[in-house]
Design a protein around this ligand. Structure first.
Ligand code: HEC
Length: 180
């Protein structure tokens, strides 16, 4: 019920916008008041691409470093190298609450693949990946493996949200890295 009313609210608020990734342009760090939660919410009857986990994770590692996934020259690794930009929530099993998805899309809890879509749409300023794509499954598998070695509190020195010269979000008005 909650989900339904949130969806209604959001579609009402975004009434004039066409579907898909309406905000996927420009500044990855720009604070949009809302993003279309629908575009990063698992569709009904969702069936993720099924494949061998190891193979998917290997493909996912390539995508993780691929700046072509974004429209702004970022790769996932730009921000998340050595667990950079991950908050403590990343240590919890999915689904869980992630501040960025809650603040920007009003989502109280996200699955891992939804969070990947959230980063595709927000920091990567791109379109969500097709839900049944091998790419999404690959990134999900790779990120799952990465989560196993993540330790909250052990902040990586390479966190782009704390490093001065490399912080891609530093001078932007509504830094997604600022959400705590
Ligand atoms: C410009 C920086 C940036 C880029 C690029 C980026 N992310 Fe993120 N990502 C963040 C930030 C900041 C958070 C933390 C949000 C929070 O905790 O509120 C985050 C959170 C996440 C989380 C959730 C962590 C948790 O707490 O559970 C996942 C998973 C994730 N990103 C995956 C990806 C993937 C996959 C890509 C590439 C497709 C990517 N990100 C690209 C900045 C980025």
């Amino acid at each position: 019920m909650k989900t339904l009313s949130i969806m209604l609210l959001i579609s009402a608020a975004l009434g004039g916008l066409s579907g898909g990734s309406a905000f996927a342009a420009g500044n990855p760090c720009a604070g949009k008041p809302e993003i279309d939660a629908k575009s990063i919410t698992r569709p009904q009857g969702y069936k993720p691409y099924a494949g061998d986990h190891k193979e998917l994770a290997k493909a996912g590692e390539k995508l993780w470093n691929d700046t072509k996934l974004s429209s702004n020259g970022f790769s996932c690794n730009t921000c998340h190298q050595n667990h950079g930009a991950f908050q403590e929530s990343f240590a919890k099993p999915f689904p869980h609450q992630v501040a960025m998805a809650k603040d920007k899309a009003g989502m109280k809890s996200v699955h891992l693949d939804e969070m990947i879509q959230a980063c595709m749409v927000m920091p990567m300023a791109a379109k969500p990946l097709p839900w049944n794509s091998r790419e999404l499954a690959a990134l999900t598998a790779y990120t799952q493996d990465m989560q196993k070695t993540f330790k909250p509190g052990a902040k990586a020195p390479a966190n782009p949200c704390s490093a001065k010269p490399a912080n891609p979000c530093a001078t932007k008005p509504a830094n997604p890295c600022a959400t705590k």
